[in-house]
Design a protein around this ligand. Structure first.
Ligand code: SF4
Length: 383
């Protein structure tokens, strides 16, 4: 069997196992990306979640000796919730971004890549392969761009003509030399909607992202969210979709997708208050299979605490006061202080904050409490 025949068979097989798009790229080093990553590192734009070794990220042969081709796969995910539950006063809700809907994409894409590997291995037993999804060293986007899956939009996502940017990407490096596919021309043109709409100005002209400003990244950190971004995060519990939602290339997309990604509306748009009391076991049972739970329950709870402050949800005051005083995690106490300050004087918030200040031994939480107290006092002055 020639490599051209194998490629044809692989493409047909990929469709039969639920891969929406497949492309082939040479495994040559990614020289332009290397320069861009170096600049990003110098400018401090990186999130810290990525592989720190830039050579590994840009030279496929470092990951698989004698690498010849990288196969890029894309699986489509949904963009709309059927009958989304409505958040109302007393029962406010948070939201997980679309990339966390349904089953964790790492598991689903790894399954598809393993099937592809087995298919190749049966036909070419001597072939070597290395597959990766998201956490691998390679840049999924750079590979997908070179393999003709889509172009790299100004929103830093790969945009496919068929599914917009609502696709997950995975890669397989192989020692088989397949004919590469042709990249798709950049079609962003003069559009700048995502750059203009980004709530924190994280998208920088030229398709770069300052991760430290990106809400998707901020929602995954475990520390206090910097004050200037808290209101902008709103009720997001994990991730942010703004730059995808405003993209004209995504209009009408996200209706065809792999069944594993079908969202449970109650899970992806959950009530906020119950999240604050959820046990570790319940959290694992309910959210453990979602991509958005990978950092554990603390960031989700911190975001839920802040979302209640964003809604100025008075019904949450008793719970927030209790967290402020009793929660063992400083980030939760500090976020509760901020939210109580946002909600304003209600149910003895001022007294509760003062009492908490006296017993608090964490300096950063005391700082949050003092800020909240000042806010309440200013409100009283102006009322
Ligand atoms: Fe490109 Fe416009 Fe979409 Fe941004 S919103 S990715 S500029 S098409």
């Amino acid at each position: 069997m020639t490599n051209a025949q194998l490629k044809e068979e692989l493409v047909a097989y990929s469709k039969s196992i639920g891969i929406d798009k497949i492309g082939f790229a040479s495994a040559d080093p990614f020289l332009t990306l290397k320069e861009r990553l170096k600049t990003q590192q110098q400018l401090g734009y990186q999130s810290g979640f990525e592989e720190p070794d830039i050579d590994k990220r840009t030279e496929p042969e470092r990951l698989l000796p004698y690498a010849k081709t990288i196969i890029s796969i894309a699986l489509a995910y949904p963009a709309k919730l059927e009958n989304p539950p409505k958040g109302v006063k007393g029962k406010r809700r948070g939201i997980f971004c679309r990339a966390s809907w349904g089953e964790d994409y790492h598991i689903v894409l790894n399954d598809r890549l393993q099937k592809l590997e087995a298919f190749i291995h049966e036909r070419v037993p001597s072939a070597k392969m290395a597959s990766m999804v998201d956490t691998g060293a390679l840049s999924d986007r750079a590979v997908a761009e070179r393999a003709g899956i889509g172009w790299s939009g100004k929103n830093c996502a790969i945009i496919t003509p068929e599914f917009g940017s609502y696709v997950y990407l995975g890669d397989m490096i192989t020692t088989i030399a397949f004919e590469p596919d042709t990249p798709i021309d950049d079609q962003c043109g003069t559009c700048n909607k995502c750059v203009d709409a980004c709530p924190t100005g994280a998208l920088i002209q030229g398709g770069q992202l300052d991760s430290n400003k990106c809400i998707a990244f901020l929602t995954q950190t475990k520390e206090m969210i910097p004050e200037r971004y808290r209101k902008k995060i709103g009720n997001r519990l994990y991730g942010c979709d703004t730059c995808q939602v405003v993209c004209p290339e995504n209009k009408g997309k996200g209706e065809e997708y792999q069944p594993e990604f079908t969202p449970d509306p109650e899970k992806v748009k959950p009530e906020l208050l119950p999240l604050l009391s959820i046990s570790n076991r319940e959290f694992k049972e309910k959210y453990g299979k979602m991509a958005g739970s990978w950092r554990g329950k603390k960031p989700i709870q911190r975001n839920a605490v802040m979302a209640l402050g964003h809604f100025r949800e008075k019904g949450a005051v008793p719970k927030l006061q209790s967290l402020l005083t009793h929660d063992p995690r400083p980030v939760i106490r500090g976020s509760a202080a901020w939210s109580l300050g946002e909600i304003g004087e209600s149910d003895g918030n001022h007294a509760a904050l003062q009492a908490a200040n006296e017993q608090e031994d964490d300096a950063s939480v005391r700082g949050e409490i003092r800020q909240a107290l000042m806010k309440l006092e200013k409100e009283v002055e102006h009322s």
